[in-house]
Design a binder for this molecule. Structure first.
Ligand code: PGA
Length: 254
């Protein structure tokens, strides 16, 4: 099974609707991806507008950066999957290290978000990754594997097959330090093996595993060339069309 090649931008808490609209339009005008699925994960306030813009290009989509694991109700400040779906977004980032760290999101809570996203027919972009001390202790493969086991492996094979996994070493996020292609490939291959052990080769070979952490035009090609790296989740460099478009083009050129 060939798996999807994906370049996703995570805008985090950046841009107002005015500059966000301009950014989305510049990306949409700047590239017509043929074999790459492009996803712009914008602030929730922009999703409706940006979803309308990206309709011009069949391979460009939008995603939310978070959701709450309940259908509706008294959860002040939160957004449900159906609200996100209704404004045109098709993906939801779940388990980003910033949410785990700053908002104390636990594995159980994240597993519920994955479940409700899938139940609502949207695609989770599930993030995992280790902090620097774990990397330095040499236990990173086990640590990230345990995140997957605890937060995703309750899914049926059918549901797991719908999830996009993003490996984002915390020490590489927003730091300018990128994992080397060898470090990314090592982790991605280990995760794919773990998925194969749980769900079989077919599901494992069909799972897109993205790398995230200081992806930029200068390193996109070497990262995306790794056999088990199926694309990127891009933070800082997704905020400028002149950086994000070349990253998409790097994937298109492979
Ligand atoms: P970065 O962020 O590209 O700015 O390192 C990646 C992410 O957090 O998704």
């Amino acid at each position: 099974m060939t798996r999807k090649k994906i370049v996703a931008g995570n805008w985090k808490m950046n841009t107002t609707i005015t500059d966000g609209t301009a950014l989305a339009q510049a990306v949409t005008d700047g590239v017509t991806p043929i074999k790459t699925t492009v996803i712009m994960c914008t602030p929730a306030t922009h999703l409706h507008t940006v979803s309308e813009i990206v309709k011009e290009k069949s391979n460009i989509h939008t995603g939310a950066q978070n959701c709450y694991p309940a259908e509706k109700g008294a959860y002040t400040g939160e957004l449900s999957v159906s609200m996100i779906e209704a404004v045109g977004a098709e993906y939801i980032v779940i388990g980003h290290s910033e949410r785990r760290t700053y908002f104390d999101e636990s594995g159980d809570f994240l597993a519920k978000k994955v479940d409700i996203t899938l139940a609502g027919g949207l695609t989770p972009i599930y993030c995992c990754g280790e902090a620097l001390d774990i990397r330095e202790a040499g236990t990173h493969v086990k640590y990230v594997g345990n995140q997957l086991k605890a937060e995703l492996f309750h899914l049926s094979a059918e549901d797991f097959g719908k999830v996009i996994v993003a490996y984002e070493p915390i020490w590489a996020i927003g730091t300018g330090v990128t994992a080397s292609p060898a470090q990314a490939q090592e982790m991605h291959a280990e995760l794919r093996q773990l998925i194969a052990n749980q769900y079989g080769e077919e599901v494992a070979n069909g799972t897109s595993i993205l790398y995230g952490g200081s992806v930029k035009p200068a390193n996109a090609t070497e990262l995306f060339s790794c056999p088990d790296v199926d694309g990127g989740l891009v933070g800082g460099a997704s905020l400028k069309a002149e950086l994000f478009v070349p990253i998409i083009e790097a994937m298109e050129a492979l």
